[in-house]
Design a protein around this ligand. Structure first.
Ligand code: ZN
Length: 413
């Protein structure tokens, strides 16, 4: 991609009303644009990051046998009446509900348990049809009172939600653990150290649900976790113990951002929406459910909250919009320009994703502050000074060094 053609360019000013770091940096660097509080366009750079994350999740979920599909966002009231959630005061607070011109009532999706149960009620007949794990990436709507944290908290945002259906509680728990492991792997590949945290909200057992929390000063959650083992609990259920109940080590607390959650749902939805199967003896049984969410746009905001410095974003390589930010200096000199263009094409031919700052005019300082702001992992400079070599600097390191094209390709692969 030529920077001269990239839409839009970086902004010098912090957008007014942008309080959070992710909002400020993502808007200034041209990854997102705000339509209104809690509603953002993912601009071309932001969409590239989104797709990288989506692909990682798709790979990990497909690996364990999940199947992707796409469900509607506009839901008729009657399906939500079956579960009783349409009139639930907690749901009414966050769900956009309205009437069309024929006085029919609809809601905009903030989750899809009812819809998945409705689909399964049509197609699941026998124990042989289970388990089944279905997921989609789609927009969610939430009537959010305080949409102030950039893309961490939106009125409209993208989520990955997965629903699993099982013949028994035992099978549900077995898959719950398999998906939990896949989630840990997903967050690791995205570059985040997410803690698996016990949280409240179990709907049919006294057991806990689980959240995936990333430590961040700006986080709205507080978690208590063990320094030695993997014990971690959300503040909401933490009983104040000073020592870890598992290993006896010190417990410490920190602010964190929730990037995912998983819920054992039991048979609540299958009973409400009539999702049943015939067991081996021909007897009708309720299907067991669990659901698993990852906030996609929230994950992008979290990455920026965790990986940035005073100059801009520092993207992990696995989700960066480009791998190399090639900066051409002294491009008014024909020989330098030709060399820079050649390197740009050779890197592309090697399959390296390159953003090439091909502008003639802006100073080295201006170009470097743009590379720091956008946060591509490798900055590669070609100028009068580099004399046929490439000057490489990693975004998260201070030192520059000179390498050949072959060495650079090896480095970024
Ligand atoms: Zn411990």
């Amino acid at each position: 991609m030529l920077y001269s053609k990239l839409f839009p360019k970086t902004l010098k000013q912090v957008p007014s009303g942008a309080e959070s770091v992710n909002h400020q940096l993502l808007v200034r660097s041209g990854f997102i644009d705000q339509l209104m509080a809690g509603s953002y366009t993912l601009l071309p750079l932001g969409w590239k990051v989104y797709l990288k994350i989506e692909n990682i999740i798709r790979e990990e979920l497909d690996k364990i046998g999940c199947q992707e599909m796409l469900m509607p966002l506009l839901h008729p009231r009657d399906i939500w009446d079956k579960s009783g959630r349409w009139s639930d005061p907690n749901v009414k607070e966050i769900m956009y509900q309205f009437k069309d011109i024929h006085e029919r009532e609809f809601g905009l999706s903030f989750t899809h348990e009812e819809i998945v149960a409705y689909i399964l009620s049509k197609f699941i007949k026998s124990y042989k049809d289970l388990p089944v794990l279905l997921y989609h990436f789609s927009t969610k709507f939430r009537n959010e009172l305080r949409a102030k944290s950039g893309i961490l908290r939106g009125r409209e945002f993208i989520m990955k939600d997965l629903y699993s259906a099982h013949i028994s509680e035992e099978d549900m728990w077995q898959w719950y653990e398999i998906v939990k492991k896949a989630y840990v792997e997903i967050f690791k590949r995205v570059g985040l150290d997410a803690k698996v945290v016990e949280a409240a909200g179990g709907v049919f057992t006294k057991g806990h649900t689980h959240e995936f929390q990333v430590l961040a000063e700006s986080g709205e959650d507080v978690i208590y976790y063990c320094q030695k083992c993997d014990f971690a609990q959300n503040q909401e259920i933490y009983d104040g113990e000073k020592k870890c109940p598992r290993c006896g080590s010190e417990i410490q607390s920190a602010s964190s951002i929730e990037v995912g959650n998983i819920f054992p749902l039991g048979t609540k939805y299958s009973q409400a929406l009539g999702v049943a199967y015939q067991d081996e003896n021909g007897k009708s049984q309720d299907v067991w459910f669990a659901s698993y969410g990852i906030g996609m746009t929230r994950l992008i905001g979290t990455l920026v909250e965790v990986f940035h410095d005073e100059k801009g974003i520092i993207w992990p390589e696995s989700v960066a919009p480009f791998t190399v930010h090639l900066v051409g200096l002294d491009l008014e000199e024909e020989s330098i320009k030709t060399e820079a263009e050649k390197i740009y094409k050779l890197l592309q031919a090697e399959g390296v994703a390159v953003l090439f700052d091909d502008r003639v005019g802006p100073s080295a300082g201006e170009k470097f502050s743009d590379t720091d702001l956008i946060g591509v992992p490798y900055r590669v400079v070609i100028s009068k000074k580099t004399q046929g070599k490439l000057e490489v600097k990693k975004r998260n390191e201070k030192n520059t060094h000179f390498v050949t094209l072959e060495a650079l390709v090896k480095m970024v692969r």
